[in-house]
Structure formats: C-alpha cells, structure tokens
Write a protein that binds this ligand. Structure first.
Ligand code: SF4
Length: 415
C-alpha cells in the first residue's frame, strides 16, 4: 500500500498556532545517544531565562503542551519549578527524558507540581549503563519498568520514542507489539528516523558564505555507508505486521512535496485486541474540535481510556466504522469481553531533516519542535548550528563543490 496525502489529514499546525512548544532547560546530559542533536556548550539555563522562554511560547506559539527537554531535563536543578510554572500558565508540561534519573519519589514530586506526562527515549544506540548491546526487543523490559512505574503514579501519560537506524529498522514490530500489549499504560510510540551529516563527503557553508568545521556538530559522522530509513518505510513495516494500523495525518516537508515528515496514527483496542485505526476525518474533528473549545490544537490526549463509544465516530469516518465493526464482531464471539475498556494509542513517525543535493535541508513543514534561541523561534534539531555558527549551515557534497567551482570564502565562520 502506498501512502497518499489525499487520504491523510494535513495537521493544521503553524509557527504561531502549534500544539507543541519545545523548551530546553540545559544542554547537560547523563547519557550518550547516537542520534542526539545537542552537545554541552553552555550548561544549565538560569531559571529566570527559562520562565521568560515559557512566557514567550505562551505569547507566540499558543501551545497545548510544552515539551520540556534538554540535554536531560530531570537533572536540571529547578525542574519542579519549571513544571509548576508551565502548568500555572495553563499549558500541559511534558518531560522528554531518557528516564535514567527517574525514581518513584521524583515522580511523586513532579505529579504534585502538576506534570501531565512523559516522553521517554529508549533505544539500542544509547550508551545506557547495564543495557549496552541489547536489542530493541530486550529493551522492552526497560520500557515496561518505566511504564509500570508511571502507571502506578496514576493520572500521568507516557509515550516511548526511539531513534530508528538502518540496523534496527527491522526490530520496529517488536516495539509496536510490546506497545500494543500495554495499550492500557502506554499512550503512544514514536519512531524517529536517524539522520546525520557526513564529514567525509560534505562541506558546510555558513549563511555568510564561509566554510565551517562540520565536525563540531554532534550529528555529523566521519562516514556513513548505510542508507537512511524513510518514514514511508517505517509505515510499511508496521502495516505489514499489524494490518489494523493505518496512518491518518501528516506534516510534509518544507522543500519536497512528497515528503512525509510527521506521520501519525491512532489505533483503538482493549488489552486483548486492537480493532483498527482512526481515519483522517477523526483527526480533523479532534483538531478542529479541540481548537474550537479550548483555543489550542491537540498533541496528547490526557485520557487514553476512550471507551467503545469512540466507534460512534464511524458515522463520519469510514476507518473508524471498520474498527467499530471489528469490535462488534469480537464482542459477539467473546461476550464476556463486552465491558473491557477500549483505549486509544498513537503511533508517530518522524523523518528528521534530509539534506538535498543543493545543500538545503528538507525540514518538517510547520515544525512542532521549535524552540527559542536569541529571541527567535528555531528548529530545535538545528539549534547547535545557531549556537556554533550563528545560523543554519548549507551542507554541500564535496565533489559538487569542486565540479561547479562554488567558492565560499575561506576560513571558519564565527566559531
Ligand atoms: S524540523 Fe522540527 S520537527 Fe522536524 S526533526 Fe527538526 S525539530 Fe523535529
């Protein structure tokens, strides 16, 4: 099955009216992840600066939730104040963490500060103590530990994300299977396709046309001989293994009309069985309805227990109708399961920036993960280019640079 944008809802998010704002508290971390976009340069931000950025988002971004990120936000000394301040300004605080520093005691404190939930990043290319060399399937044991810990705290939601590498791509179904078995505890899964710059074949040119030292960026490798995985490939491997899964909404690319940069699905099921996925109409209703009643677009559902009444949406959404029929067939043959709670779980795919042959990058259109740098909104995945070189760089193929006699000014730029 090929993805067709006409069958999907284009999320209505924009620069100034977006479901998500991305707040960074620190660039310090307690773990190394291969796919990380951030490196330590400045350390923890002063609390007053963080509060100012939160007010900036409230004014210029209109988010439903604030993704509190880093570095590692749980080692930021004022994390509880930050969570409380985001909630006080009537936005949902979500912590993006590797969870190494997460304990039941800290969880209790965060909940008291009115945390809404977590996105926990776990994958097999992290330098995680005691879990090195584990497969994605084996890491499900660690995911389970955190899912249980958060479920026990009650009232918080949790999404698990992981970076997808060419070498781990075939393991995606193992993670989806685990997520499906935990649909009552796990609100979503996100797969982020790995991207990197390659120093061996590329040269980077700054906005003021100077060659810069590309290797200073954490997302540049000396060599990369594999082929980057795309979002449609991730979609396909999930679909091949789970026919009840289908995507319903997307964000395209800023340069390529056929990119799927964000591709999201929501499927419905009980602990025992998943019945089907939402279609584009459900997603449209959810976004427009949420905006109409609350003034913001929606990224996370705070209550995943939606009940079988959700299938009434089948009146307007053929995909949901199909899921509802499957639920009906199931409860007819298993009447004892009629009252089993029905949950929704999201499955997101993010295709990180792609460098085009002309050096420009195809970014996520209406990037949901924009952060604030120097009083401006910038794509968080490229903020280190601003921090190191004063702005985004163009990455050109070395051979092309020579062939076309492009002559940037020599000497490093602002670094
Ligand atoms: S463009 Fe935005 S949404 Fe896309 S990977 Fe970068 S920060 Fe994330």
């Amino acid at each position: 099955m090929t993805l067709d944008k006409r069958n999907l809802y284009r999320l209505p998010w924009s620069m100034n009216d977006n479901a998500i704002a991305w707040l960074e508290l620190t660039d310090v971390c307690n773990l190394y992840c291969e796919g990380c976009y951030r490196q330590k340069i400045t350390g923890h931000k002063p609390l007053e600066q963080v509060k100012e950025e939160i007010r900036f988002f409230k004014r210029w971004r209109n988010p439903d939730n604030v993704s509190i990120a880093g570095g590692e936000p749980l080692i930021y000394p004022h994390i509880l104040d930050v969570v409380a301040y985001v909630a006080e300004l009537k936005m949902k605080p979500i912590i993006l963490t590797n969870a190494l520093a997460l304990t039941p005691e800290l969880l209790k404190e965060l909940k008291k500060a009115r945390l809404s939930g977590f996105t926990i990043h776990i994958d097999s290319h992290q330098n995680r103590p005691h879990w090195k060399g584990k497969t994605e399937k084996e890491l499900n044991e660690l995911r389970q530990l955190y899912a249980d810990m958060i479920a026990a705290a009650r009232g918080l939601y949790v999404i698990f994300n992981s970076t997808v590498y060419p070498s781990t791509y075939h393991e995606i179904p193992d993670v989806v299977r685990w997520g499906r078995e935990n649909i009552d505890k796990v609100h979503g899964l996100v797969f982020i396709t790995y991207r990197a710059g390659v120093a061996e074949t590329s040269v980077a040119v700054s906005a003021d046309n100077k060659i810069v030292d590309l290797t200073k960026l954490s997302y540049v490798r000396d060599r990369f001989d594999e082929r980057f995985v795309t979002a449609p490939e991730v979609y396909q491997i999930i679909r091949d293994n789970f026919p009840e899964y289908d995507a319903s909404c997307y964000l395209g690319g800023t340069l390529k009309h056929d990119s799927f940069k964000w591709l999201a699905a929501a499927w419905f099921g009980t602990k025992k069985k998943v019945f089907g996925s939402a279609g584009k109409r459900t997603m449209e209703l959810a976004q427009v309805g949420h905006h109409l009643f609350t003034g913001t677009y929606l990224a996370y559902l705070s209550n995943a227990k939606v009940g079988a009444k959700v299938f009434l949406g089948g009146i307007v959404d053929p995909s949901l109708r199909k899921a509802g029929r499957s639920w009906l067939r199931h409860v007819f043959s298993h009447p004892a399961q009629l009252l089993d709670p029905v949950y929704v779980q999201s499955i997101g795919i993010i295709q990180a920036p792609d460098i085009l042959p002309d050096g420009r990058a195809d970014m996520c259109d209406s990037c949901p993960d924009m952060t604030v740098w120097d009083g401006k909104l910038v794509n968080s995945c490229r903020m280190d280019e601003y921090r190191l070189f004063g702005g985004m760089v163009n990455v050109l193929d070395k051979s092309r640079l020579a062939q076309e006699a492009i002559v940037p000014s020599s000497g490093p730029s602002q670094n």
